[in-house]
Design a protein around this ligand. Structure first.
Ligand code: XIL
Length: 342
């Protein structure tokens, strides 16, 4: 009898979860028992982002990240580092840099210090996060503006040097969509052509039960793996709430408002929607299994619905139900559906 997600999929790919501070500090016994029982890979939801780990030029906060890495080592888990270079959740001092030399110094020191500290312990790094626009061009950021597109190559080369054993990933959302995917493929090809080490691509997978394009996801798995790299689903969750950008007609303020219409399942999720969620997860995991030789890992963005970032994004104060465990840390119908595929 199958006992857990990780044992169900042990011959296929890793099953991960994102950890918050309360998990790393083992503040909730039930949650920590669940994490150890169900998952064999972990990602830090926030605590390794540059703003938190490197808030001012010469100061690093390694307290929580050390504990995070210890937690993974102690429990024999695959440990992901997230993330080295990202335009968001960046320390204020770095965001203000106005010249190439200073930014190069920031990048070099940051990557050497953070990746170097955990060399040999972190299994894979999201080296660069979200560098692309929806149309596949490179996103304007303090990095692109000061260093040009070479900043991506520089970041990967620095990471490879600081931790030669970690698998190095490019991570982004919507890169299963054609235009952005094309941009990602071009970015990865350029790195490879320049002799830079890149081991995989992370498709974040912040999707929705109302809109899940399996066809594009499949094409992406195939096309990315044809580059000779692994594909990971790094931040999987399926929102059950309306996404403002999918709504036609209504004006923008209306769509982003904290209104009952945008938060329809405040008290509980109807059974019919539980079933839709289970079916969408079933479709996804069937596809993942079909391409198990190309997929290294599937990580959920959070442990249970109570901690999901989708309760606060893109509209604040909603009640979302995107994960496999409910607010009481009990498995949902979607959990059983994913297990039943095996
Ligand atoms: C999110 C966290 O879940 C939130 O707690 C935080 O407030 C903002 O960032 N893409 C990423 C993740 O790569 O790091 C983001 O995580 C979600 C989108």
């Amino acid at each position: 009898k199958i006992q857990s997600l990780k044992s169900a999929y042990e011959d296929d790919f890793l099953i991960g979860t994102a950890l918050g501070t309360e998990h790393i500090l083992e503040r909730n016994e039930k949650a920590n028992r669940l994490i150890k029982r169900e998952f064999n890979a972990i990602t830090p939801e926030n605590i390794m982002k540059s703003q938190i780990i490197h808030p001012t030029p010469n100061h690093y906060n390694f307290d929580l990240s050390d504990k995070y890495v210890e937690y993974g080592l102690k429990n024999g888990m695959y440990i992901v580092g997230h993330t080295l270079i990202w335009h968001s959740q960046l320390p204020a001092f770095a965001g203000k840099i106005k010249n190439a030399d200073s930014l190069r110094i920031f990048m070099t020191e940051h990557i050497n210090t953070v990746a170097g500290r955990y060399a040999g312990k972190i299994n894979s790094w999201d080296v660069v996060n979200e560098a692309l626009n929806e149309d596949g061009t490179l996103r304007k950021s303090v990095f692109l503006n000061n260093l040009g597109e070479d900043y991506i190559k520089n970041a990967f080369d620095l990471a490879a040097k600081a931790d030669p054993h970690a698998a190095l990933y490019y991570n982004d959302y919507n890169i299963e969509q054609p235009a952005k995917r094309k941009g990602a493929i071009e970015l990865i090809r350029k790195l490879q052509a320049g002799g830079t080490k890149i081991d995989g691509v992370g498709i974040q997978g912040h999707w929705s039960i109302h809109k899940l394009n399996l066809q594009e996801i499949e094409t992406s798995i195939i096309e990315f793996s044809q580059l000779g790299i692994k594909v990971a689903f790094t931040e999987l969750d399926l929102s059950v709430l309306p996404n403002p950008w999918d709504l036609q007609g209504a004006d923008v303020n209306q769509r982003f408002a904290e209104s009952p219409a945008m938060n329809p399942y405040k008290d509980s999720l109807p059974d019919s929607i539980q079933t839709v969620l289970a079916n969408r997860y079933t479709d996804l995991f069937k596809l993942f299994l079909k391409h198990r030789d190309k997929i290294s890992r599937v990580t959920f963005w959070g442990v249970d619905d109570s901690h999901s970032w989708l309760n606060g994004f893109p509209i604040r104060n909603r009640t979302n139900y995107p994960l496999l465990f409910d607010r009481a840390l009990e498995p949902k119908k979607a959990y059983q559906a994913v297990i039943n595929l095996k």
